[in-house]
Design a protein around this ligand. Structure first.
Ligand code: HXC
Length: 262
């Protein structure tokens, strides 16, 4: 359970919250393959830990992550990236059941922006800068940026970001609906707020929380009729849980619920 990593740090700022910190500060948390494989391991470990209800993912004050590792990619060939399924392991993050909150300070560029977009909630510090500068390197986004941005901020803004490589500010990202909000201005404030939010989420029924995450994410995959059907079926299913009985009993008895995640 207590694994040690080189490129990520895993701590428990609250008993029910796991904080994963990307830890390659000298390279502005460039997302090398070894870093990503450790991130995936860490996510799987905390996802499997019953005591953890929600996860916060962060970087440093200067950089959430400045993108995939350009030095690692520089000499790759088509045959090489194809045969080795380069970046395919990025899909693991979207299979994590527990909510993941990205606490973004500084640069979230290229793969770093895409990593934040794969999380469930993004909180940004006023210093956060989002961008897809791949076009400056002769490539395009490869971690879902073109698709997720188009869904979230629309065509014109996505095209502008992807075609010009312009970096947008935290305030712009908030206006565009990429982030929930811009929080605080002191160092570490965004992480503190993200941990508080994660702790609030962790106090709910974990089964209901994970069901809610699953149905919201389905909105990005299914058409409306399918999505509404899926939501209702999952809603029905929750009547089979003890947490539904406890939550509704606590309401009528005017007391706090004690969820057992069962
Ligand atoms: C490898 C990186 C890096 C990256 C920064 N570094 N970004 N190394 N890959 N993506 C390294 C620098 O080489 C340098 O190492 C050190 O981190 C500090 O960076 P500086 O450039 O000196 O810092 P600064 O002048 O403050 O500029 C910050 C910056 C700039 C504007 C963020 O570093 C930058 O433009 N980085 C690249 C951003 C980018 O293009 N990202 C997209 C990558 S492509 P040394 O050894 O010189 O000190 C991508 C594809 C996604 O993400 C595909 C799906 C995953």
């Amino acid at each position: 359970r207590f694994m040690s990593y080189t490129h990520v740090l895993v701590t428990r700022p609250e008993p029910a919250v796991a904080l994963i910190t990307l830890n390659r500060p000298k390279a502005l948390n460039a997302l090398s393959s070894p870093l990503f494989s450790e991130l995936n391991q860490a996510l799987q470990v905390v996802d499997a830990d019953d005591a953890v209800g929600a996860i916060v993912l962060t970087g440093s004050d200067k950089a959430f992550a400045a993108g995939a590792d350009i030095k690692e990619m520089q000499d790759k060939t088509y045959a090489n990236v194809f045969k080795n399924r380069f970046l395919e392991d990025w899909t693991l993050l979207s299979k994590i059941r527990k909510p993941i909150i990205a606490a973004v300070s500084g640069y979230a560029l290229g793969g770093g922006c895409e990593l934040a977009l794969m999380c469930d909630i993004i909180l940004a510090s006023p210093t956060a800068k989002f961008g897809q500068p791949e076009i400056n390197l002769g490539v395009i986004p490869g971690g879902g940026g073109s698709q997720r941005l188009a869904q979230i901020v629309g065509k014109s803004r996505t095209m502008e970001m992807v075609l010009t490589g312009r970096t947008i500010s935290a305030q712009e990202a908030e206006r565009w609906g990429m982030v929930s909000r811009v929080v605080g201005d002191g160092e570490g404030q965004v992480v503190k707020e993200a941990v508080e939010m994660a702790n609030t989420i962790a106090s709910k029924s974990q089964i209901a929380v994970q069901a809610a995450k699953e149905v919201v994410n389905a909105a990005y995959e299914l058409n409306l009729a399918e999505g509404l059907h899926f939501e209702r079926r999952i809603f029905y299913g929750l009547f089979a849980t003890n947490d539904q009985k406890e939550g509704m009993a606590a309401f009528t008895e005017k007391r706090k619920p004690e969820f057992t995640h069962s």
